[in-house]
Design a protein around this ligand. Structure first.
Ligand code: 8OZ
Length: 359
């Protein structure tokens, strides 16, 4: 029987060569001005046989940054830098979206404009670490956003989406996962607001849905995807009611006609069964494409596609050391291991020097 993992797939305006997605991976190699670094075009082009690349989390504004040397998409220089990358990937026949993020409270005063406190739904520390000043450091105490500051953040997302299209991306993925700003608003452990953005399921969903509406209005729903992680405790978030919360969010996203829903199933980079949750139910609620992520290997990916539990499968860490991951999965070749020392920061080493298998 043919494995549908290696069959083409129509995603909105695009035809993908296969159902393997390269998940966004933070590599902290941006250059001056937080323009994507000199090796990034080669790095992404080496991985262009993925059906779809989702490029690394990229800040929508200076305030949105939470880690050292992550790229942005708010300046003309950054747009020009990303254009080199999208052209390199397209020249190899690849497809590429950009992940747009605002980290919220997962930041440090040394990364914020004017040394200000990071912003969050509520003044509750993330209690996690970030990478800044070349070391892992406790995140700073955030301040609660004023309600009147929120429209500018929504606009920063839609402007960043327009910039991504101007840079040649095929679309964008809104980062609604992993304990960053939109996930902080959605989850009551981080959101204690008493205004229209906190309290009820509807209010906690409001910011994520406003961002999704603004971005899809700007660049088209067929170019707009989103990533969520309903039960992940990543970066210190917790949610007392993830099922109704994310059922409601996904209903809203489905109404907007977003092209895909990318779901981190379980704890990000960890256990898939961290908490009970009906992911199949989310998939049924959503009218578009469902991308499954978290701990997939060839066996699990094949099984979930065959059972109709996903349309596309995102692989993250395996893409770091295996630029030709698609070919290796297809041929059953062994996968190369990651060098943990070169994951975050540095140059070509551990970035563009992982070889493809000789053919
Ligand atoms: C690893 C290191 C830094 C950031 C995420 C963007 O978890 C990230 C991230 C991952 O979504």
């Amino acid at each position: 029987m043919t494995n549908s993992l290696f069959q083409p797939y129509d995603l909105g305006l695009l035809t993908l060569a296969n159902r393997i997605v390269m998940a966004p991976l933070t590599r902290n190699r941006a250059a001056a001005g937080l323009v994507p670094g000199p090796f990034a075009a080669e790095y992404y082009a080496q991985r262009a046989t993925a059906g779809l690349i989702i490029a690394e989390a990229t800040q929508i504004s200076p305030q949105a940054q939470g880690y050292q040397d992550t790229p942005g998409i708010y300046s003309a220089e950054q747009v020009a830098g990303w254009r080199v990358i999208t052209e390199a990937v397209h020249a190899k026949g690849g497809r590429i979206f950009l992940q747009l993020w605002h980290v919220g409270r997962v930041s440090h005063v040394d990364l914020q404009p004017g040394g200000a406190a990071p912003v969050a739904p509520s003044a509750i520390a993330a209690g996690t670490k970030t990478f800044v000043n070349n070391t892992f450091t406790e995140t700073s105490m955030p301040r609660a956003l004023l309600a009147e500051e929120i429209p500018a953040i929504v606009e920063d997302f839609s402007t960043a989406a327009a910039n991504a299209i101007a840079a040649g991306f095929d679309g964008v993925e809104i980062h609604g996962a992993n304990g960053y700003l939109l996930d902080q608003f959605a989850k009551d452990g981080a959101n204690q607001r008493t205004d229209a953005y906190g309290g009820s399921v509807q209010n906690r969903a409001r910011l994520m849905l406003e961002v999704a509406a603004a971005v899809s209005a700007k660049i088209g729903a067929a170019r707009t995807g989103i990533r969520i992680s309903p039960v992940s405790p990543a970066n210190g978030v917790s949610c007392s009611d993830p099922q109704p919360q994310f059922d409601y969010i996904v209903d809203g996203l489905s109404k907007l006609g977003l092209v895909y829903l990318h779901v981190v199933e379980g704890a990000t980079g960890g256990a898939r069964d961290v908490a009970p949750f009906d992911f199949a139910g989310l998939r049924r609620r959503f009218g578009g494409t469902y991308i499954a992520n978290n701990g997939y290997d060839l066996t699990l990916a094949t099984a979930h596609l065959a059972a109709g539990e996903a349309d596309l499968i995102a692989f993250g860490r395996p893409f770091i050391a295996n630029p030709d991951l698609v070919a290796r999965l297809q041929s059953g070749a062994a996968l190369a291991p990651i060098d943990p020392a070169t994951l975050y920061g540095g140059g070509a080493k551990g970035y563009t020097d992982y070889p493809a298998l000789a053919v």
